[in-house]
Structure formats: C-alpha cells, structure tokens
Design a protein around this ligand. Structure first.
Ligand code: FAD
Length: 296
C-alpha cells in the first residue's frame, strides 16, 4: 500500500494527514483517515481522484457521516469531503432543481419549499448529504429521494465525468444502482404546491420523526434496513433488546433500530451490538436483518 501523503504532494494545500474521522460522523467514534481531502471544485477533485487512481491509492467519499461507522484502526488512503461551496450549490428553474451532492438534504428541502416545490419535504429531519441520501435512496414510507431524481453527475471508476440518467438510473428500497465512486451533482424534478401546504407537511414529518428517533444530542446511527413489509425496529424490540448495552453502545430506548454511542463507546462495541441484534432476530423470527450502516 503506497504512503498516500507523499504521493500526493502537489495537492498538499487541501490534504490533512492522519485526521480523526470521528467528528465527521454522527456516532462520533472511530479512528483517523490516512489523508482527509477537501477539494475546492470539480477540477481539483477530478485531478486528485485521477492521481489516486494512477498511484493505486484507495478513495472514499464522506457525506454527513450519518450512516457510517469508522473502525478504531481508521481508514487507509484518501477520504474526500465535498463540503466546498462548489459542491453544495442548489439551482432552481421552474420545477427542475440541480443540487451539489456535498450539500445537506435539509438545504435542498428548504430551497425547494421556498420556491413552492413539493415532494421532498416529508424527508425533513433525515440527517445526511445529498450524495449519501442518493446512495441509500434515503426516505421513509411517505417518500424516497430517488423518486424525484432524474440524473446524477458522477466521476466514474476511470475518473471520467459521466451523467447517469433514464434507464441507467434506478432506485429501490434503501439502494441505488449507481456504483460510480463519486457522486458530484444531481437533477431533481419536483411538483408545484402552495408554500403553506408544504410547510404543514414538513412540520408534521419533523414532529413525528423527532418524537420517535434518538434525541439530537445523542450520538446515534440506524442499524438495519426494514425487511419487506416488516419493521426492523419492531423485530428488534420484540426480541427483547430495547435498551440493551454492549460496552457503552446501546439499543435506543426510543426506537430499537437505532444504536446510541454513549461516552467511551468504541466501534467494536457498536459492531458487537449489531451482531447481537442480528442474531436475536434470526433466532426469534428466523429473519436475517440486512445492515444499513456502512462500516469503514
Ligand atoms: C437519527 C438518524 C435518523 C435517520 N433516519 C433515516 C430515515 O428516516 N430514512 C433513511 O433512509 N435513513 C435514515 N438515516 C440514515 C442516514 O440519514 C441516511 O443513510 C443518509 O442518507 C446518510 O447520508 P450521509 O451523507 O450522512 O452519508 P454517509 O454516512 O457520509 O455515507 C454513507 C455512504 O454513502 C457514501 N457517500 C456519501 N456521499 C457520497 C458521494 N457524494 N459520492 C459517493 N458516495 C457517497 C459514503 O461513501 C458511504 O458509503 C438516519 C440516520 C440517523 C443517524
């Protein structure tokens, strides 16, 4: 494995070696990235990514870290943050919205609501970036982000910019077929509606979500996808695991599909708790839960 930092000297102004990733995830635990990189725009991102490909350096993209567990040993290679303004812009024309994948889903929802555009408002309160939300087709029973996405600009595995659209772009529950390494920007098509109606739906979803999810001050993550027609939360709760602890990681007592990392929790605690939740549901209901949380 090459030493990433020494191979990427021309980009040193935007690189931070051995940078802890914990502050950039909602769980707030885990080790460092060998190199954390924050390119300023598409040109710099493309050049850096191509250099990594040539030098055989692994590259990952960090969104808002709402669906990520970082292992204690950290991550080899380059971890990209697309937080520069160039990756977070939202442009609206009529019902068409173009948004950078580094931006927050909440910013997209607010901008759309201000322009009287409906569709995404019931996703309010789902933490994450647009890139992360597209990767997992974030949503709930009311809507999923993929329903409204018409195209995604990506950097493909050869570092070329491509647009995935039409039949090449498919979403399913908790998933998107696009496996290109970097999602850069996306086009959405929304519906016109009255601003008051949009805000009313937004408020209702916000209240429902906040009443059932871990408290915002808690370091938390959602563990599993819902099996078809079933609720992962209900299965875990009925397996008697509400509030169960492994080390300082705990099954949330507000919703059993969430893990809360208490003070001193380690990634190992979280991984062992996930195994326990999976095993108990398998034993009790003979159902294999599919993990939603990405682990680096
Ligand atoms: C309290 C709480 C509530 C939640 N509620 C919901 C919910 O109701 N519905 C739901 O669907 N999810 C929910 N989640 C899960 C989470 O919010 C979503 O999965 C979210 O979309 C993650 O986005 P992110 O930007 O944080 O992704 P990250 O956690 O940063 O990354 C997740 C994956 O996406 C990849 N990725 C991110 N950005 C890019 C990019 N630009 N290009 C390429 N790959 C990228 C990463 O490499 C990683 O593999 C919840 C999580 C929490 C903690």
């Amino acid at each position: 494995m090459p030493d990433a930092m020494s191979h990427l000297q021309p980009f040193s102004a935007i690189l931070r070696p051995n940078e802890s990733l914990a502050p950039f995830t909602l769980l707030k635990i885990g080790g460092p990235a060998e190199v954390l990189a924050a390119p300023c725009g598409l040109g710099e991102l493309t050049a850096l990514f191509r250099e990594c490909l040539i030098k055989n350096i692994p590259v990952r993209v960090l969104g808002a870290g709402a669906n990520l567990l970082i292992r204690e040993e950290g991550v080899r290679g380059v971890v990209l943050r697309l937080t520069a303004p160039a990756f977070c812009e939202v442009h609206i024309e009529g019902k068409q919205v173009r948004a950078g994948c580094g931006g927050a889903v909440s910013a997209l929802i607010s901008a759309a609501a201000r322009h009287g555009l409906a569709g995404l408002e019931t996703l309010v309160g789902i933490p994450g970036s647009i890139g992360g939300a597209l990767r997992h087709n974030a949503g709930d029973r009311t809507a999923e982000i993929g329903q409204f996405c018409r195209a995604i600009d990506v950097l493909d595995a050869a570092g070329q910019k491509q647009t995935r659209a039409g039949a090449d772009l498919r979403f399913a529950y908790g998933a998107c077929n696009i496996d290109d390494p970097i999602l850069v920007a996306a086009d959405f098509e929304l519906e016109s509606d009255h601003a008051e109606a949009i805000v009313k739906r937004m408020r209702k979803s916000w209240i429902q979500r906040k009443a059932t999810q871990p408290y915002t001050f808690q370091a938390a993550a959602r563990a599993f996808k819902n099996p078809a027609g079933l609720s992962a939360s209900a299965l875990i709760e009925q397996s008697g695991l509400l509030g169960t602890k492994v080390g300082a990681a705990q099954v949330s007592d507000r919703d059993a599909n969430y893990i809360v990392a208490g003070t001193g929790a380690t990634s190992r605690d979280v991984l062992r708790l996930i195994e326990l939740m999976k095993d108990r549901v398998q034993e009790r209901f003979n159902i294999e839960l599919e993990q939603d949380l990405s682990v680096w």
